[in-house]
Design a protein around this ligand. Structure first.
Ligand code: B12
Ligand code: SF4
Length: 474
């Protein structure tokens, strides 16, 4: 039976910390880790804080702060939203080696713990983070509750969603429980801290998230797709890899969550009601987590108004085709925003590219014309609702534009350059910096690159959990 050494001992409540990556100087809330910390604090004998670590925090300071916080208690440290940061992984490994209990949780924690498909037969593939953490937990945070309620030694075998090595070194993965929308009703948004001068200092958050849909409808169904070979592996004939893809080929959300469920409107309203308020008594700006938010937005605004909730700004992330399909709903929502004196900001529209070849290989399921029609729509809406709608960089817009990609050729570069110039996209649509295509080892494109490796007898480098398609294969 695999057991863990932690115990709150006589010092109850015990202490737990969730470490997350963060950006220096920012003040946004982190729904996933903060929801987890809220549940742990309310439902177990442990008080749990989220401790954000940015690139400027010295690893030695972070460790000192943690040991100061835990005092005589053996540290119990969860890690989430690490984005593969080597400094945070090193911290996890050091803490574990020194006797702490370390736990990897949040999106991708299962696949990042177990490693890349076939890694046992292919040593160059990502080998997983089993050495860095005592165990991982994938799925809803409340799965951890029974473990923390038990006295030491804690037993992992009965913990839903837990991944660990048994006494014989074999990997065990327990089935997850379903998501329960009710747990998001009353998040403690004050449990997030930064490190300032070697001390934990609360972050007064200025923006948060409200969950309306878990996962993405485009990722709901697996469909066949033929993805081109990389342009740099020049072939006399165009070669393709046939895959069954659920969602966009590069997207980790697609493979991590699929489409789980939409939350009832009352559950969404309860989350809005429990958001912190600004000095003028309005709820702080929030991002509505829903990949297709517009069809239900007028109804949600109506319910927010009926319930007397004073909100300030809603940020949206969505696909260009769903934006285009929902013009009528957008118009209605903006008219309501005018009456309610609030702003609707398009924080991120997933254009991703303006080349047909690249959009196909990204499995976006939409065309360049659709992207351009969506650009035209938001420009028109901005003219009609200049104060109520935002989408510019200066208004918080950072729209998806993936470049470079493995399929870039002179022809695609010229096609994209032409579209950008003709439609003046640099003025308001393109982000300050494009995002290079990132292939996480558990995304759809990882299966594509592994197929090429085995067909062509090649090896691409791995950088942690990322497949470095840009390095020459050998
Ligand atoms: C909204 C969002 C954001 C928002 C806010 C983040 C947030 N919500 O807290 C903003 C815009 C700020 C953002 C920024 C970034 N994000 Co973001 N974001 C998301 C997104 C779309 C939704 C997250 C969310 O709220 N989900 C709903 C919550 C309730 O679910 P959850 O996060 O899975 O959490 C539940 C469980 O997983 C679990 N859980 C989570 N943490 C922990 C910890 C413990 C100890 C336990 C027990 C349980 C537990 O409990 C929660 C409740 O049940 C996710 C993708 C996704 N759909 O998950 C990416 C995602 C979290 N972001 C990601 C990344 C990479 C980033 C950026 C680094 C991007 C960038 N390069 O700029 C930044 C920086 C993030 C940061 N730490 O500061 C990655 C993280 C990859 C990883 N596994 O580390 C994700 C998974 C997307 C992806 N696959 O690429 N993001
Ligand atoms: S990139 Fe966006 S639209 Fe595509 S599968 Fe992921 S969440 Fe869905």
């Amino acid at each position: 039976m695999t057991t863990l050494p932690f115990s709150a001992g006589d010092d109850r409540p015990g202490k737990m910390v969730i470490i997350t990556g963060y950006f220096a100087g920012e003040s946004y809330g982190l729904l996933g880790p903060q929801a987890a910390a809220t549940i742990i604090t309310r439902q177990t004998p442990y008080e749990c804080l989220v401790v954000t670590v940015n690139n400027e925090d010295a690893p030695r300071t972070v460790k000192k702060v943690l040991y100061d916080y835990f005092g005589s208690q053996t540290p119990l440290v969860g890690f989430s939203y690490l984005s593969g940061r080597p400094d945070l992984l090193a911290l996890a490994a050091e803490l574990k080696a020194e006797g702490a209990t370390t736990l990897l949780a949040g999106p991708q924690s299962n696949v990042d713990f177990t490693g890349e498909t076939g890694c046992e037969r292919h040593p160059h593939r990502f080998q997983g983070l089993g050495d860095y953490f005592n165990f991982a937990l994938h799925g809803p945070a409340e799965q951890l509750v029974p473990l923390l309620q038990n006295e030491s030694p804690a037993v992992l075998a009965d913990i839903a969603g837990a991944l660990y090595l048994d006494e014989k070194g074999a990997q065990v993965e327990n089935p997850e429980i379903d998501w329960n929308p009710a747990i998001f009703n009353n998040i403690d948004w004050s449990n997030i801290y930064g490190i300032v001068e070697s001390r934990l200092v609360p972050i007064d958050i200025s923006a948060a998230q409200v969950l309306q849909q878990i996962g993405c409808p485009w990722a709901a169904r697996s469909k066949p797709a033929d993805i081109d070979y990389p342009a740099f592996l020049a072939q006399p004939d165009v070669k393709k890899v046939h895959l069954d893809l659920a969602g966009c080929s590069f997207c980790d959300v697609a493979s991590d969550k699929g489409l789980v469920t939409g939350l009832p409107t009352d559950a969404v309203l309860d989350q809005v009601a429990s958001l912190p308020e600004t000095a003028d008594g309005r709820k702080i700006p929030f991002e509505l987590i829903n990949e297709n938010p517009l069809p239900g937005l007028p109804r949600l605004l109506e319910r927010i108004r009926d319930r007397g909730l004073e909100i300030s700004r809603i940020s949206l992330t969505l696909r260009a085709d769903w934006l285009l399909k929902a013009e009528r709903h957008l118009q209605t929502a903006l008219e309501m925003a005018r009456d309610m004196h609030i702003r609707i900001v398009f924080a991120s529209i997933g254009f991703e590219s303006f080349s047909a070849i690249l959009l196909d290989n990204l499995n976006k399921g939409l065309s360049v014309d659709t992207n351009l029609a969506a650009v035209d729509l938001i420009r028109r809406m901005k003219t009609a609702f200049p104060h109520e709608m935002g989408y510019l960089r200066s208004e918080g817009g950072n729209h998806g534009f993936i470049h470079p990609t493995p399929w870039d050729t002179r022809a695609t570069e010229s096609e994209v350059g032409h579209v950008i110039a003709k439609h003046d996209l640099a003025r308001d649509i393109l982000p300050d910096h494009s995002t290079p295509l990132i292939i996480h080892h558990a995304s759809g494109l990882a299966a594509w690159i592994r197929a090429i490796e085995s067909r062509e007898n090649l090896r691409f480098n791995r950088i942690g959990s990322i497949i470095a398609w840009w390095d020459d294969p050998h």
